[in-house]
Design a protein around this ligand. Structure first.
Ligand SMILES: [Zn+2]
Length: 144
């Protein structure tokens, strides 16, 4: 879980610099504090196979210099590892269940499906990155 802290007056979250925030946490990708809302939002921003139109996502790409697919890999790989760990045993899953409205087995099944969906999305993103790199190498060779 993220630890939140305050920043000196005037510090703005790099993903939503148009307004003031109170709580910040460190983000491994940006190596700078981002606000609480963005820290929750960052997974949702890259959690679609097709890029959504969102100003925070524009900012995230600009600040990191990464493409949408590269962001998907960077943000979702830790999520995949986290879920894999949780789903390793039933006891572990019981300790991490954060949706009390579901039966444990029901929740585990939902998490399994979400894990499979996320793995598939990251695999597609990696394939797209590879294809783009190859195309770039080809066009570099063509330059005399
Ligand atoms: Zn923010």
């Amino acid at each position: 879980m993220s630890e939140y802290f305050t920043m000196p007056e005037g510090y703005r979250c790099p993903l939503c610099p148009t307004h003031d925030d109170d709580d910040f946490c460190w983000h491994h990708l940006l190596s700078t504090p981002i606000c609480r809302a963005c820290s929750h939002e960052i997974i949702n921003l890259v959690n679609d196979e097709k890029r959504i139109d969102d100003s925070a996502l524009d900012q995230l790409e600009a600040v990191t210099g990464l493409s949408y697919e590269e962001l998907q890999v960077a943000v979702l790989m830790p999520e995949i590892r986290h879920k894999e760990k949780i789903l390793k045993s039933r006891d572990f899953a019981a300790n991490h269940q954060n949706s009390p409205q579901f039966e444990l087995d029901e929740w585990i099944e939902m998490e399994r499906q979400e894990l499979a969906r996320t793995r598939r999305m990251v695999a597609i993103a990696k394939a797209r990155i590879r294809v783009r790199k190859k195309a770039e190498q080809r066009s570099e060779k063509e330059i005399p």
